[in-house]
Write a protein that binds this ligand. Structure first.
Ligand SMILES: [Zn+2]
Length: 340
C-alpha cells in the first residue's frame, strides 16, 4: 500500500476487523451498485471513501429537485442541469478520491445486459426501488455465485438482507414471487432521509465484510427498522430452500427474460418506453423539436416540455414520459415526436 493510502485509510486499518490486509483487499475490490437513488448514492459515497476504487454505477434516471432531500451525492446544480444520476455520482466519487475508477452506465438493468454490466463484480449492491430488478439481480447473483445485499426503505421503515449464494437463503427463498398489488413507494407514501442512510449503512457494513475477505462475519439475519416507532427487529434467515425456484431448482426466469420488467415506473406518474433500443442523435432531435415546444438538452439527455407531459429522451432511444401512467398514450407521444 502506498504511504498516502496508508494515511488516508489509517482509521480503517486501525479497526481490528479490517487491518491492513483487509484494507488491501478493499482497495483491489470491484463492486457494482444497481440504482443510484437514496440507497445507491449513499452506498457509492461510503464505499468510495472506504477505499473501494472500482465502482460501477447503473441508473436509468436523471436528478430532480425532489431527490435532494435524501440522495446524498447530488446538489441543486445537478437537478438544474438534469444530469443522469450515474454520471453525477461518478463525478462526485472522483472528487472524493481521484483514484476511484467510477464507471457510470445510464441505462436500465435488464436480462439482456445483466451479464455485461454485473459480470465482473465481487459484490452487487441493491439500490433499486422495484422487485423486478431485484429478482433479476438475485437470479444473476445466484447463477454466478456473487454475493449481493438487498435493501429497501419507504416512509420510516427499512429492511436489509444479505444473500451469499450457496450459504444463505436467496431473495426467492424468502419471497418466491413479487408482492401482489401496489406497494407503498417513496413517491406515494414519502420517505425519511434517515431511514435510507441507515439501510444503506447496513448494506455498506456487509459490503465491507465481504470485500475485505470476511464473509463469515456477514449477518445471517433479516433486519427491519422503523425509525419513527423506534422498533428494530432481527430474524434469522431461513436456510436455503431445496424447492426455491432460483437457488434450489436453478430456474432463472428473470435472467432468461422469461419474465419482463413492467413498463410503468412504479408509483410515479410516468411511463418508461424502453423497447425501442436504437441510437438517437439528440442534437438533431433538438432541432426537430424546438419549433414545437421548450427543449432542454445536454450530452446525456434531452427534455421536451409538452404540457401536461414532459419527455426525457436518452441517446439509446429510451424515454421517460411524465404526466401519465397510460402506456398507450406514452407510446403514441413517443411515436409522434421521436418516431416509431
Ligand atoms: Zn433461494
Amino acid at each position: 500500500m502506498e504511504a498516502r493510502d496508508r494515511e488516508r485509510f489509517s482509521r480503517q486499518i486501525r479497526f481490528s476487523g479490517l487491518g491492513e490486509e483487509g484494507q488491501e483487499r478493499i482497495l483491489r475490490a470491484r463492486a457494482v451498485i444497481a440504482g443510484c437513488g437514496a440507497l445507491g448514492s449513499f452506498q457509492a459515497g461510503a464505499l468510495a471513501r472506504a477505499g473501494v476504487r472500482r465502482l460501477r454505477l447503473i441508473d436509468r434516471d436523471y436528478i430532480e429537485l425532489s431527490n435532494l432531500q435524501r440522495q446524498w451525492l447530488y446538489e441543486e446544480s445537478d437537478a438544474e442541469q438534469g444530469l443522469p444520476k450515474a454520471v453525477a455520482a461518478a463525478r462526485r466519487l472522483r472528487a472524493i478520491d481521484s483514484a476511484v475508477e467510477a464507471e457510470p452506465f445510464v441505462t436500465d438493468l435488464t436480462a439482456a445486459n445483466a451479464g455485461d454490466l454485473l459480470g465482473e463484480a465481487d459484490l452487487l449492491l441493491d439500490g433499486t426501488d422495484n422487485f423486478e430488478t431485484r429478482y433479476l439481480i438475485n437470479d444473476f447473483a445466484v447463477s454466478r455465485g456473487i454475493p449481493w445485499i438487498y435493501g429497501a426503505a419507504v416512509e420510516s421503515y427499512g429492511l436489509v438482507m444479505p444473500v451469499l449464494p450457496g450459504q444463505t437463503a436467496c431473495l426467492r427463498c424468502v419471497y418466491p414471487d413479487p408482492p401482489a398489488g401496489s406497494q407503498p413507494t417513496c413517491e406515494t407514501a414519502g420517505v425519511l432521509n434517515c431511514i435510507t442512510s441507515l439501510v444503506a449503512s447496513f448494506q455498506v457494513a456487509e459490503a465491507l465484510k465481504i470485500l475485505s475477505g470476511h464473509p463469515e462475519q456477514v449477518s445471517r439475519r433479516i433486519t427491519t427498522v422503523d425509525l419513527w416507532s423506534g422498533v428494530t427487529r432481527q430474524i434469522n434467515q431461513p436456510a436455503p430452500r431445496a424447492d426455491c425456484p432460483c437457488c434450489g431448482r436453478r430456474e432463472f426466469v428473470y435472467l432468461d427474460g422469461a419474465r419482463r420488467a413492467p413498463i410503468s415506473l412504479c408509483g410515479r406518474n410516468a411511463v418508461q418506453i424502453h423497447e425501442r433500443q436504437r441510437p438517437l442523435d439528440l442534437a438533431e432531435l433538438r432541432r426537430t423539436l424546438e419549433p414545437l415546444g421548450e427543449v432542454r438538452a445536454n450530452e446525456f439527455a434531452l427534455r421536451f416540455f409538452l404540457p401536461p407531459y414532459e419527455m426525457t429522451i436518452f441517446p439509446d432511444g429510451r424515454a421517460i414520459v411524465k404526466g401519465t401512467q397510460d402506456a398507450g398514450l406514452a407510446r403514441s407521444l413517443y411515436a409522434k415526436y421521436v418516431g416509431a
